[in-house]
Design a protein around this ligand. Structure first.
Ligand code: PLP
Length: 388
């Protein structure tokens, strides 16, 4: 709408109505501007549907990021929300209703697993949890007419198990069930070719890549996303435009960062797998990893999270090792520039019983290592001195 700024307005009026400056269409800013505005001047001439009105519903900076994420993942559309977990919970509530049933896997990211197990039943949504790639158990747990969704992750957190995506999709299609996948550990550049109905990413990790923004995305079929968008708006899970800008800025160097992360992680996994004080290493790039062959078929690269178990002969608990590290920091999260490590039992297994933890390779000497972008020699030297 035309602006009627009047230089004769009083100080407080002028301060609150500065002359707007927008570049002409032939002279746009090369980088996306941050629309740090909650409100838009509504044009009375157009239908409401085509306009930006209120920041909780939509914002041009957020929308630009959504379109970019849909395009790079080769999906129809995308919704960006305020965290990876908001993407998971928003998707579940958006798709499911009382009487529905959802199936997920023991190896799922803990907060998602807890939400499905403890919160969804309060709304009449039942769930079954089976072991990843146990297709007999998966098929048995499907309740025809009630099961609406199979939700899985690959590679899984914390021990990098690889889901047989093709087989999960095949099973879901047989029973007319939707499939959602959390692809955070693999990254945005992988798994595009699979017919996943909804793909989740925590943009907090590799997409932003610098550990200074929480954000998440759900991409996939338009018809399903429109159903989910109503709920993410109702939940108020909107991302701040400045956060969206930082994610988009991070994405410019995505490929460069990911390739260095992966290169460093491959070196770390090799080093650890040959070290006598390490009992076990979980990295899909290693020949002996149970998901190695599947990963080679499904993935372009093996990611940069390496989990491992220290040998009980030398270490009583993971913290003994962490205390000796000088470069690698004790922190959670992953996919940012710094190398960080954490004991898995406190962060990913405290809701599981001893048998379940044992099955998942989570014990007092288990660690998850997100390999950063430092010089490989310094990372290896830090591990070496701490193991000595
Ligand atoms: C971190 C993570 C999430 C949650 O993302 P936030 O942005 O921290 O809310 C979900 N799934 C996986 C696999 C993750 O690693």
């Amino acid at each position: 709408m035309e602006q009627h700024t009047n230089k004769n307005w009083q100080l407080n009026t002028l301060l609150n109505h500065p002359q707007r400056v927008s570049p002409k269409d032939v002279n746009p800013s090369l980088l996306a501007p941050i629309y740090q505005s909650v409100k838009y001047v509504v044009s009375p001439d157009l239908s409401f549907g085509d306009q930006f009105i209120y920041g909780r519903v939509s914002n041009p900076t957020i929308r630009q990021l959504e379109i970019l994420l849909a395009d790079i993942q080769k999906r129809e559309d995308c919704i960006v929300v305020s965290s990876g977990l908001a993407a998971i919970t928003g998707m579940l509530i958006g798709l499911l209703k009382a009487g529905d049933h959802v199936i997920t896997f023991k190896e799922l990211y803990k907060p998602g697993r807890i939400f499905i197990r403890d919160t969804l039943p309060r709304f009449g949504i039942k769930s079954s949890v089976v072991a990843l790639n146990d297709f007999e158990a998966l098929e048995k747990s499907i309740i025809p007419g009630e099961t609406k969704l199979i939700h899985f992750e690959s590679p899984t957190n914390p021990n990098l198990m690889i889901a047989d995506i093709e087989s999960i999709i095949k099973m879901a299609r047989k029973y007319n069930v939707l499939v959602s996948m959390d692809g955070t550990f693999a990254g945005l550049h992988q798994h595009q070719e699979f017919d996943i109905d909804l793909m989740i990413h925590s943009l907090t990790k590799f997409a932003n890549g610098h550990g200074d923004v929480l954000a998440g995305s759900i991409s996939g079929k338009k018809s399903l996303l429109s159903q989910i968008r109503q709920i993410t708006i109702s939940l108020g899970a909107s991302l701040d435009p400045h956060g969206a800008y930082l994610v988009e800025r991070g994405l410019k160097t995505y490929s460069l960062r990911v390739s260095r992360h992966v290169q460093n992680a491959a070196a770390v996994s090799e080093f650890l797998s040959h070290h006598p004080k390490i009992k076990k290493v979980f990295y899909p790039g290693l020949n002996h990893h149970p998901g190695h062959e599947l990963a080679q078929r499904q993935m372009k690269d093996m990611g940069s999270v390496v989990s491992f178990i220290l040998d009980d002969q030398y270490f009583h608990q993971a913290e003994d090792f962490i205390r000796r590290l000088k470069l690698i920091q004790y922190a959670v999260s992953l996919g940012a520039t710094e190398s960080i490590i954490c004991p898995t039992q406190f962060f990913f297994g405290d809701d599981l019983n001893e048998v379940e933890k044992e099955q998942m390779g989570i014990g007092k000497n288990s660690l998850r290592f997100s390999v950063g972008l430092e010089d490989e020699r310094d990372i290896l030297a830090d591990l070496e001195q701490a193991l000595r």
